[in-house]
Design a protein around this ligand. Structure first.
Ligand code: HEC
Length: 145
């Protein structure tokens, strides 16, 4: 009885449309290629319009959680809109990134459990931090060209 009720609830949950979209880029970040590779591997799923939606993002209820993360992540920092930010905004987001890296809160633990390859090595961290420092002192704020 409970199993049947759960099966129905599960089936009904699938009916709620989930807006998994990758809108076009509006000023994709252009960073040195090693930096780009790290960001794409560890951050892009939630902080860009190039999300690789995992299989569990197509199944409720995990789909709602993934979508929620991506929506909040994109709102905070979106590397696909980097060039469209005001320089002052880019600077602020770089400062947040520096802090998030220092505090080791990004990428979130819940994500690296499912995507162990996204964990940042000490080298990755150091490379990102060097890029952030350089970008903060430059005029283009991490947007070369
Ligand atoms: C699983 C999705 C996910 C991944 C992967 C991810 N983030 Fe986030 N990130 C979020 C969410 C959700 C928020 C907003 C809520 C919060 O602050 O926890 C956020 C917030 C942020 C913020 C904003 C301010 C702050 O400090 O809270 C920064 C900066 C950030 N992330 C940087 C990164 C970087 C850099 C990476 C890669 C190394 C990364 N994130 C990977 C989901 C993600």
């Amino acid at each position: 009885m409970i199993a049947a009720a759960l099966a129905v609830a599960f089936a009904v949950a699938q009916l709620k449309p989930v807006g998994l979209t990758n809108p076009p880029s509006n000023g994709e970040l252009s960073a040195p290629s090693e930096v780009n590779a790290i960001l794409r591997r560890s951050c892009y799923d939630c902080h860009s319009n190039q999300t690789r939606w995992p299989w569990y993002s197509h199944v409720a209820p995990s789909s709602w959680m993934v979508l929620h993360d991506v929506e909040r992540g994109r709102k905070e920092v979106n590397f696909s809109q980097w060039g469209g930010y005001y320089p002052r905004t880019r600077q602020r987001k770089l400062e947040w990134m520096r802090r998030a890296l220092e505090d080791r809160v990004m990428p979130p633990e819940s994500y690296t459990l499912m995507h162990p390859g996204a964990r940042l090595s000490a080298d990755d961290r150091a490379r990102l931090q060097r890029w952030i420092e350089t970008a903060l002192t430059g005029n283009a704020n991490g947007q070369s060209q």
